[in-house]
Write a protein that binds this ligand. Structure first.
Ligand SMILES: NC(=O)c1ccc[n+]([C@@H]2O[C@H](COP(=O)([O-])OP(=O)(O)OC[C@H]3O[C@@H](n4cnc5c(N)ncnc54)[C@H](OP(=O)(O)O)[C@@H]3O)[C@@H](O)[C@H]2O)c1
Length: 321
């Protein structure tokens, strides 16, 4: 088994989180339990991955758990993240216990509120309930208070949020002294989240980048490949190295051994490289979400909240997102 020698970031709890993790969401067309998920996680464990990011809403926690149940890697060497689904904001403890059972562990290292908006309990699956508006109960502040209880119970070693903006984080921080350890958001050179990164850094919140290689939708841009070539590296290694060098954790998903190895082998960028990637999103048409959450087609809303309620900007530098 390959040894794991991956740089770690220290969370505001004092715990260490490997800077590179494996994203366990296989993509919207492959939601659900699957032997492919188990095989991917097993392979990653063999190649030295110790940080795994999963989520209740894509219903593959049992498949991730099957790989964890079969490993000889001690639990103490693993860093497991899962997320509270929107339909479960009113039943945090129950939802976390269900996740722990599926994963086959006694605790997660990090429990994230997947989105700030809650759904009512009429939904049978993720996103199928009625979205509650920001002032309807449970608000994300109330849900956060329930998540705090999991720290005391020991079922989560750290708690955090996902898809929070400066606006929603500010609202949360106004009502708690338990600062989220992590905010996980879409983040790559086409959506660099500069303002959010500065805000989180000042408050001791680690940003984790999801879709960190941009789902490979712009990795073949000549500017990206030229910088990567100069370092004899791949585009993926460049994008992930940029992410880690600016102080964000990255959780790329891949099912391929060669790519898994590649994604762990990062390098130092020059100041000029960093600046080029920091500014990449300013190129015409390049400032965009590869996941489609910040998208003109969504008509300025996502999962039932307006971009204003989410604290997302519709335009950057005059460019429509
Ligand atoms: N919190 C949230 O709301 C949220 C939302 C979305 C995602 N996430 C998390 O973020 C993780 C990753 O995000 P993502 O899957 O959207 O995007 P991503 O990791 O940026 O991209 C994944 C895609 O890139 C390919 N890829 C990965 N490494 C590569 C490499 N070295 N060379 C070439 N292609 C490579 C993969 O293909 P192959 O598998 O074929 O190699 C896959 O098609 C998810 O698994 C999930 O854990 C969280």
């Amino acid at each position: 088994m390959a040894s794991s020698n991956i740089k770690c970031f220290q969370l505001n709890t004092g715990a260490f989180m490997p800077a590179v993790g494996l994203g366990c969401f296989m993509g919207p067309t492959q939601t659900g339990e699957s032997e492919h998920v188990t095989a991917m996680v097993k392979l990653a464990l063999d190649l030295g991955y110790r940080h795994f990011d999963t989520v209740n809403s894509t219903c593959n926690e049992s498949s991730v758990g099957d790989a964890l149940r079969g490993t000889t890697v001690p639990r103490s060497e693993l860093f497991l993240t899962t997320k509270l689904d929107q339909k479960d904001h009113g039943r945090v403890r129950e939802a976390l216990h269900a996740s722990l059972t599926k994963l086959g562990v006694d605790y997660v290292d990090l429990y994230l509120m997947h989105w700030p908006m809650a759904y009512d309990e009429s939904g049978t699956s993720s996103h199928s309930g009625k979205t509650l508006q920001p002032d309807e109960k449970p608000t994300f502040v109330e849900t956060w208070k329930e998540m705090e209880a999991s720290l005391a119970e020991g079922t989560a070693k750290a708690i955090g949020v996902s898809n929070f903006s400066v606006k929603t984080l500010t609202e949360l921080l106004n009502h708690t002294d338990k600062v989220p350890a992590v905010n996980q958001v879409e983040l790559h050179p086409s959506l660099p989240q500069h303002e959010l990164l500065a805000f989180c850094r000042e408050r001791g919140i680690l940003l984790t980048a999801y879709s960190p290689v941009g789902k490979f939708k712009f990795a073949d841009d000549p500017e990206i490949t030229a910088i990567a070539d100069a370092h004899h590296a791949s585009s993926a290694q460049l994008l992930l190295s940029w992410g880690v060098q600016r102080g964000t954790a990255v959780i790329p998903k891949t099912v391929h051994a060669t790519r898994m190895r590649e994604n762990l082998q990062l390098f130092n960028l020059t100041q000029a490289d960093m600046e080029a990637l920091d500014a990449f999103h300013k190129k015409p048409g390049m400032h965009r979400s590869v996941c489609g959450f910040h998208s003109a087609e969504l008509g300025g809303s996502c999962w039932g909240w307006t971009y204003e309620q989410l604290g997302w900007q519709m335009t950057v530098g005059g460019v429509h997102l």
